[in-house]
Design a protein around this ligand. Structure first.
Ligand code: AMP
Length: 253
């Protein structure tokens, strides 16, 4: 049976309207609702379903981030993850943390924990990088299955369905492997109150990048962050004739 490692990132909640900081160095995070990255909820759900089907023996969730990352880990524990690892990174070090660092951290923990499968989300909705699964697989030299919408496990092999442009691709890979969860893989469960209570007793181990031998020095400098251009206001027209006239006037027809 497989030991599964899942990456869970704490991000600004998907429903929050993002505000850019006046000095354009980033977005406002203070006092803003944060949640588990939605694709990571899908990754956790899939791991929990594997455990329920007795395909996985143990699920370990990893979150790299400031103290509040523990809340994200607690949510994962309440969904059915067995234990958590908090790699504490905060302040300026967290501001410049990039997927390459997270990938090195996940790869090292995957080896230390003797994981057979690493599942991450296809992308974190804050930075939209879509790099962690790919680089984690590269660091481990394991096969990867990205944008996965279906997982079937046979003897030591995984039959995967990938969401690709305009269709689906079916592949087979051997474990150990790294997967990234796409939207249609499953619908994640909500943590129930009894499970939230139980999750409080589950262990969370704290580590630093240094403990794992990972250098988190920044490799990219963010020059500026800007709001998207403001859309011009539309106008309401009386009927189709007026629309056709306007389109003709504008040279669109
Ligand atoms: P990204 O490559 O940044 O778009 O992130 C892809 C996936 O990698 C996320 O959905 C998470 O599963 C994982 N990941 C990224 N950053 C972190 C983090 N700070 N802690 C834990 N997992 C992460």
């Amino acid at each position: 049976m497989a030991r599964v490692l899942v990456g869970v990132k704490r991000v600004i909640d998907y429903a929050v309207k993002i505000r850019v900081k006046p000095d354009k160095t980033g977005v406002v995070t203070d006092g803003v609702k944060h949640s588990m990255n939605p694709f990571d909820e899908i990754a956790v759900e899939e791991a929990v379903r594997m455990k329920e089907k007795k395909l996985a023996s143990e699920i370990v969730a990893v979150s790299c981030g400031p103290a509040q990352a523990q809340e994200t880990l607690r949510t994962a524990l309440a969904m059915g993850v067995d234990r958590g690892i908090h790699v504490e990174i905060s302040g300026p070090e967290y501001e410049t943390l990039q997927p390459i660092h997270v990938s090195q951290i996940l790869a090292k923990i995957a080896k230390d924990e003797k994981a057979d499968l690493v599942i991450v989300g296809k992308q974190a909705i804050d930075d939209d990088s879509n790099q962690t699964a790919q680089m984690t697989a590269a660091f481990l030299d394991w096969p990867q299955g990205t944008f996965i919408s279906k997982i079937e496990k046979t003897n030591g092999e995984l039959k995967l369905t990938r969401e690709i442009d305009g269709g689906l691709e079916m592949i087979k890979i051997k474990m150990p492997a790294v997967l990234s969860a796409d939207l249609r893989l499953n619908e994640p469960r909500y943590a129930t109150l009894p499970n939230i209570m139980k999750a409080k007793k589950k262990p969370i181990k704290k580590l630093s990048p240094k403990d794992l031998g990972v250098d988190t020095a920044a490799r990219i400098e963010v020059v500026s962050v800007e709001d998207p251009p403001v859309r011009q206001a539309g106008s309401i027209l009386a009927d189709v004739d007026e629309l056709v006239t306007k389109l003709k006037e504008g040279g669109h027809v």
